[in-house]
Design a protein around this ligand. Structure first.
Ligand SMILES: Cc1ncc(C[n+]2csc(CCOP(=O)(O)OP(=O)(O)O)c2C)c(N)n1
Ligand code: SF4
Length: 250
């Protein structure tokens, strides 16, 4: 009896991520959801820059690479041209909440019927650990070596809360992948976001609190613990907006 298998929506290509990085877990959850919804043949993913730049090698569906921050705009074009497609972007916080802020906000404002999977790891991973819009107050990064001082570097952006204020946002939830219970909830949220799109209800986003052991200078276990002790208190988990009218028992 097979109890654990690779989702069909993932290719055979080994992930390039650092040991303990949770990008791989989130890829798997997205792929499992595509399998379960049976939509692989009509799904188009948009890969970002950042550590997940090679997402186009990992998903067994059509993938397009977008320049830094432009994934939601590319997704808009793909979805409007072929509304029967299921279109998702997969973006880091540097990509989505820094250079791509405008694209992100306006897909919510326009109510584009696409899904964003947003990886919040509180840092720029790929380029060496610079401060991101999501870097916590006091958090050390290569560009905030004394810790982020909100008087100098400004305050972090809480993306789910911000996007929930937009009329076109149908579903926004923040999840984490630090433990089995939260990983299961993360999958439910990703599935609900895809279903929201398939039903044509509007823009959906799942923000995933994710680890970057390499740039946080922590072991994989310490990094998961830091998500619990530092990230979740600042970025509370939960549903921030749900206009789908369907309540789920978690
Ligand atoms: C227009 C543009 N500006 C800057 C860069 C450099 N760059 C590539 S990846 C990256 C950081 C991405 O970090 P994030 O989106 O948080 O993803 P992570 O690597 O943490 O997964 C930056 C600044 C770029 N490739 N293109
Ligand atoms: S640098 Fe960080 S986000 Fe990038 S693969 Fe390594 S652990 Fe993951």
């Amino acid at each position: 009896m097979i109890v654990f298998d690779k989702p069909h929506a993932l290719t055979e290509m080994p992930f390039h991520y650092c040991p303990g990085c949770t990008h791989g877990i989130v890829h798997r959850l997205v792929a499992e959801v595509i399998d379960e919804l049976g939509c692989e043949g009509r799904t188009v993913g948009i890969a970002p820059v950042g550590c997940s730049v090679f997402a186009y090698n990992y998903f067994n569906c059509d993938m397009i690479e977008a320049p830094h921050g432009r994934a939601p705009a590319v997704a808009t074009g793909v979805k409007r041209a072929c509304p029967e497609n299921v279109v998702f972007t997969y973006q880091g916080d540097g990509d989505l909440a820094a250079i791509g802020t405008a694209e992100t906000v306006h897909v919510g404002a326009r109510g584009e019927n696409i899904t964003i999977i947003f990886i919040n790891n509180a840092i720029y991973g790929m380029t060496g650990g610079q401060m991101a819009p999501t870097t916590l107050p006091g958090q050390v990064s290569t560009t905030t070596p004394y810790g982020r001082d909100v008087k100098i570097q400004g305050n972090p952006i809480r993306v789910c809360e911000m996007l929930s204020t937009l009329s076109g946002t149908a579903y926004a939830e923040r999840v984490a992948v630090d433990c089995v219970k939260n990983i299961k909830n993360a999958k439910k949220a990703i599935k609900k976001a895809f279903e929201t799109q398939i039903k044509g209800l509007g823009f959906s986003i799942v923000e995933v609190l994710s680890s970057c052991p390499t740039n946080w200078g922590k072991t994989p276990e310490q990094a998961l613990e830091w998500i619990r002790t530092d990230m979740i208190p600042y970025y509370p988990l939960g549903v921030y907006k749900d206009t789908t009218g369907e309540k789920e028992v978690k």
